[in-house]
Design a protein around this ligand. Structure first.
Ligand code: ATP
Ligand code: MG
Length: 663
């Protein structure tokens, strides 16, 4: 590392607040700080500002109907079509030749869809779906990897008013069947396969296995041919159709977008299930689309001219809101990448940013930590000067990783938005407005305008700044889930019961509980500490695992850490830390001692790890979240829980052996 770099690192390490550049503020979509007050004073009418970003077929009568909490309705009486808003209106407005989707396959092949191309294919596929018997309100399951046919299918469903139910392609046959059964879905769009690290994967085989377990039978399956000659030679069965054949048959067919009620379901999305049984989150047409579009505009600062890249998978809510619906509703160019970040090389992401001159980049802390582990030479070898804004979502981001991202990807020029939200919230809830607020690494920021979030204790009373408590949301918002599919009871027990007076029909008595722990500072900046079930009780002290992890990742040489509680005779629970080292640093007693010191300095001796276990990987779900439950089993020498949703199940045995060797 050059001398100058070391000085820069030292300066960045000291700094805990960052201002957006004047240049950024001058061009930002939202730069007036009055917006917070305006929203508060005019609530809920303020939300017209979000709805105004869309074209409505029928004006709504009322912004919010809160007469039956927590079953809130937004923009009631309004009618619109999500596909029309994401496609047709741009074609009609003279932007038909603008690029809508830039797709890059793992092998480097590219496909470009203008809004006109998108319009044509979406119409043809919508017509094909109708011919296959799909009617308005039928749930269509999409079990597809990152190919352009996925957003095309989503938009085609939206066009004919058939809610989609996207199942992440990495999920198992069983997960597909569970979600199709739960959603009563008789139609499926899938793919023959896709590429991972250069090799073709057989996806249709897994699909067929899943279909065997769908209880109610399936009317039709559409199969995209992604692999061509690399395919596995499956013959399509009687009710299975080839995507290209279907489109050829339609040859330029057009389908009128169906006028959907604002409250009609746009899609279902089963949450990843990090915490148990998947929940069928229901999102609606008017509220969800307004909210995804508004936050894309205000937080991601997307303008029509922008090339924007969110590196998530469309199989997660992040991809729904911020690869497909938000950016396309705004008429910008959205980039889609099929493959992994280190194939064929560790500079793949930066290669894509350079090649397409990406303006805005949105990713997850787990990816940032991997980039950091690989080292800054990879981004340094590429021209990233097109970037204007960076974002992160999915987990708390440690200040050190935040600063690495800010420095090595953003060149200290791009604001970083750390966005807290959930599948259930539909869009971002807590983060800085990049043209208005300063950033504080490690803290997501204040609640967005119109969002009323508070940190409370177990009684629901607001806790003092600096103290850990429970995150709650006191007012509804347009992007919120409306219920859990076919399960109003679980909707209430899962999200509302904890802090609401469930007998009351006064909306003020209803409080949404996202099940995350958090703390707030004097400036109303919220640091989300993680799930409330990720708490360790050491000698009666409740310690958030995230806080300890953050302290460990703050130690030089540590790339990533996971902390869990293991049973302890005296303390009740003890802290177990699993640590991945940064490339170029050695595992061993020296680093172990520095880690323990780092935790003691940051939190106190009470949080001192009982064991520090070095490991090359951590068990992660397919969306990249650490599966702490399994690490807990390891710490306790208990029988291992279900590992079926893990991306790397083999690592658990390795970690187990190491823990046994150390204790
Ligand atoms: P499940 O609810 O099925 O167990 P999940 O909660 O992982 O799965 P998501 O809805 O994708 O599914 O993730 C939302 C959660 O991710 C939040 O509740 C929070 O715990 C975490 N999260 C997301 N963004 C942030 C962020 N910027 N800072 C801190 N935590 C975040
Ligand atoms: Mg969750």
């Amino acid at each position: 590392m050059a001398q100058g770099d070391t000085e820069l690192e030292a300066r960045l390490e000291e700094q805990d607040e960052f201002e957006p550049s004047e240049e950024f503020v001058a061009q930002a979509n939202v730069s007036d700080s009055d917006i917070y007050d305006e929203f508060e004073e005019n609530w809920p009418v303020c939300w017209e500002r979000a709805a105004d970003l869309l074209d409505w077929d029928e004006e709504y009568d009322e912004v919010l109907d809160d007469s039956n909490p927590p079953f809130y309705e937004w923009f009631t009486g309004g009618e619109l079509n999500a596909c029309y808003n994401c496609v047709d209106r741009h074609v009609e407005n003279g932007d038909k030749n603008r690029v809508a989707i830039k797709w890059e396959g793992e092998h480097g092949e590219t496909r470009t869809y203008t809004y006109q191309d998108l319009y044509r294919e979406v119409n043809e596929f919508a017509a094909a779906l109708r011919d296959l018997g799909v009617e308005e309100d039928d749930v269509v399951t999409l079990y597809m990897p990152m190919v352009p046919e996925l957003p095309i299918a989503m938009l085609a469903c939206a066009r004919i008013g058939a809610p989609h139910n996207v199942v992440f392609a990495g999920f198992s046959a069983e997960a597909l069947a569970t979600r199709m059964n739960a959603a009563d879905s008789r139609f499926l769009v899938t793919c023959d396969g896709y590429y991972r690290r250069g090799d073709p994967l057989d996806h249709l085989d897994k699909t067929n296995e899943g279909l065997d377990s769908v209880d109610h039978g399936v009317d039709a399956t559409v199969v995209v041919d992604r692999l061509g000659d690399d395919g596995f030679g499956h013959d399509l069965k009687g009710n299975q159709h080839d995507w290209d054949d279907l489109l050829d048959e339609q040859g330029g067919e057009r389908v009128e977008p169906v006028e959907r009620d604002a409250e009609d379901m746009l899609f279902l999305m089963y949450t990843s299930g990090t915490t148990g049984q998947p929940k069928g989150v229901k999102h609606t047409t008017g509220g969800y689309l307004s909210y995804a579009t508004w936050t894309s505009h205000a937080v991601l600062d997307i303008e029509q001219e922008d090339t924007y890249w969110c590196s998530a998978d469309i199989g997660w809510i992040t991809g729904h809101s911020y690869i497909v619906y938000g950016p396309l509703a705004l008429g910008s160019t959205t980039v889609m990448y099929e493959g992994t970040p280190d194939f064929p090389n560790r500079d793949r992401m930066w290669d894509i940013v350079e090649k397409y001159a990406v303006d805005i980049f949105y990713t997850a802390p787990t990816a940032i930590r991997a980039f950091m582990k690989w080292g800054s030479k990879y981004p340094a070898s590429r021209d990233l000067s097109s970037l204007r804004l960076l974002g992160t979502v999915g987990e708390p981001i440690n200040p050190r990783a935040w600063k690495w991202y800010y420095e090595h990807i953003g060149n200290e020029d791009c604001p970083v938005v750390d966005t807290w939200w959930q599948t259930e919230t539909g869009g971002m809830m807590i983060t800085t407005l990049p043209g208005v607020k300063n950033m504080k690494p490690g803290s997501a920021g204040p609640p967005l305008p119109g969002i009323d979030a508070q940190i409370v204790d177990t009684n629901g009373d607001e806790v003092k700044p600096g103290r850990a408590g429970y995150l709650t949301v006191n007012k509804p918002w347009p992007g919120m889930l409306r219920t859990l599919y076919n399960n109003d009871e679980r909707y209430i027990s899962e999200y509302w019961e904890e802090y609401s007076d469930t007998d009351s029909d006064d909306p003020d008595d209803w409080v949404y509980f996202p099940e995350d722990g958090a703390k707030v500072d004097e400036d109303d900046y919220i640091t989300v500490l993680g799930r409330v079930d990720d708490v360790i009780n050491v000698s009666g002290h409740r310690l958030g695992t995230m806080e300890i992890e953050s302290a460990i990742v703050g130690v030089e040489g540590v790339a990533e850490a996971a902390v869990v509680g293991g049973n302890h005779e005296v303390k009740g629970e003890a802290v177990y830390a699993y640590v991945i080292t940064e490339d170029g640093y050695e595992e061993g007693d020296d680093l172990r001692a520095r880690i323990i010191e780092g935790v003691e300095d940051a939190i106190g001796p009470i949080a001192r790890p009982e064991q520090v276990v070095f490991t090359p990987e951590l068990p992660k779900t397919r969306s990249g979240k650490i599966m702490r439950r399994l690490l807990e089993d390891v710490a306790n020498g208990a029988e291992l829980g279900n590992t079926s949703t893990l991306r790397n199940p083999e690592i658990v045995g390795e970690i187990e052996a190491k823990v046994r060797a150390q204790s």
